[in-house]
Structures are given as C-alpha cells and as structure tokens.
Write a protein that binds this ligand. Structure first.
Ligand code: ADP
Ligand code: MG
Length: 238
C-alpha cells in the first residue's frame, strides 16, 4: 500500500516559486529521506505533507486518501521537532502527554500510551524529570515520544538532530532506525546530511531548488547517479 503520494505538488510564496511540481511515492512502512542543500525546499515539502502549509497545486495522499485540503490534526501525521521545542516547566510525562491532554483523552488511556512510548524510548525512569534534568539525547527522545503517543500513520522528522553534537547524532540516528524497525510506521526524514541519508533511508529523494533530481535506494544512487549534482551530493564517483 502507498504510505504517501505526492502528485505534481507545487508551492509558491507570493510570486516566488519554491516547489516546482514534485512527484514522490513512499510505500507504507518505508523510511524515506529527503536530502538536499539548505533552501532547496525540504521543510516546505514536509510542512505540506503535515498540513502546516497549503499547497499551491497538486495532490497529497496518505494511505490512498486525498488529504490535500484536510486540516493537519486530521491527517494522522506527527511531526518531530528539535528537542528545544519541549515545554521546560512540564515533566517528561506531561510533555509526552500534552497532545492527548489537549484532546481530552481519558486519563487511563494517556497513562497507558505515555508508558508504552517511554518503554520504547527507554525513558521509564525519567517520567517525573524536567527537560533541564535530562541529557541532550534523552531530551530528543522525549520529543520523539510526543509524536509516538499520537500513534500517527506517518512520522515526519525535520532535521531533528541538527542541534546535537556529532557523537550524539550518531547515537540518535541509531535510535531512530531502531524505532522504525520496532513500530514500522511510514517515516519521512529531512536532512542536508548525506551520511544521515545514506544510513537511515530505504528510499532517498534528492532535491535541488524545488525539483526532484533522483529517487532511489541509497546504493542505487551511489552506483548510478542520474546527474552530476546527485553524484556530487551523494559522494559517488559519478
Ligand atoms: P530547506 O528546508 O530545504 O532548507 P525551505 O523549505 O525552508 O528549504 O525553503 C525553501 C525556499 O522557500 C527558500 O528559498 C526559503 O527562503 C523559502 N521560504 C520558505 N518558507 C517561506 C515563507 N514562509 N515565506 C517566503 N519564503 C519562504
Ligand atoms: Mg529546512
């Protein structure tokens, strides 16, 4: 089954066109990485999938349902932000429970979902801690936990590791790969880091100036880049 399908998706800000007719298909359960230099439109694409930004043209489907004009909260997607987006005055539990509390879910359900997410992320011993009492990696796991409790069909990550140091990035990258193996949801991960893309992706989408350059498995792009840009960006001999 299709996880996410973009058909001729376009975006302009005023007269400034930034996404020029993008077609991408991501299978259900697949880990897709959008990679490309800063300013090429990765975040804009992700925000349109999330419903945080309107499209200027084209169609977006999630699991074969047209969601192009559906509001963000009804798309079954959750976005993972950088860890500094946590509420500093709330505990780990309260941070993870936040969206469920707002949705007025029953207390028992909130308890159960936050516990389950904390188990997956090995945060069970830290539920009463404040973000300031956690390490950078733990904070990032809480940010991921906030998405998990919503049980989304699709996880969207926008450069979630970019404010972590190099060593922690490697650890968190493995953590995210493990999460994907464990829960098997469709995931889209945006990065400008080729190494992150090559190690995490089932499928890489290479973008340049709002145009898809190539889509393929990491090894396919490495062995058979379709142009000099892809070759240069992926670091293959071309
Ligand atoms: P990336 O995430 O790949 O770095 P973005 O999607 O953030 O790129 O941005 C793509 C282009 O769209 C950039 O030229 C950026 O300046 C422009 N852009 C993004 N958001 C807006 C906005 N709200 N208003 C005007 N221009 C924007
Ligand atoms: Mg961006």
């Amino acid at each position: 089954m299709s996880g996410i399908k973009l058909t001729d998706v376009r975006k302009s800000f005023g007269s400034f066109s930034v996404i020029h007719g993008v077609d991408i298909e991501i299978n259900q359960g697949e880990f897709a990485v959008f990679v490309g230099p800063s300013g090429c439109g990765k975040s804009t694409l992700l925000r349109m999938i999330a419903g945080l930004e309107e499209t200027s043209g084209g169609q977006i489907s999630i699991e074969n349902e047209d969601v192009t004009h559906r509001e963000a909260s009804k798309r079954g997607v959750a976005m993972v932000f950088q860890s500094y987006a946590l509420y500093p005055h709330l505990s780990v539990f309260e941070n993870m429970a936040f969206s469920l509390s707002i949705a007025k879910r029953p207390k028992a359900e909130i308890q159960q979902k936050v516990k389950a997410a904390a188990d997956i992320l090995r945060l069970g011993d830290y539920l009463q801690h404040k973000p300031s009492q956690l390490s950078g990696g733990q904070r990032q796991r809480v940010a991921i936990g906030r998405a998990i409790v919503r049980e989304p069909r699709v996880f969207l990550f926008d450069e979630p590791l970019s404010n972590l140091d190099a060593e922690l990035r490697v650890k968190m990258r493995m953590e995210i790969a493990r999460l994907h193996r464990q829960i098997g949801a469709t995931m889209v991960y945006v990065t400008h880091d080729q190494v992150e893309a090559m190690t995490l992706a089932d499928k890489i989408v290479v973008l340049k100036e709002g145009i898809v350059q190539q889509v393929g498995a990491p090894l396919e792009l490495y062995r058979d880049p379709q142009n000099m840009f892809v070759a240069g960006f992926i670091g293959s001999p071309g």
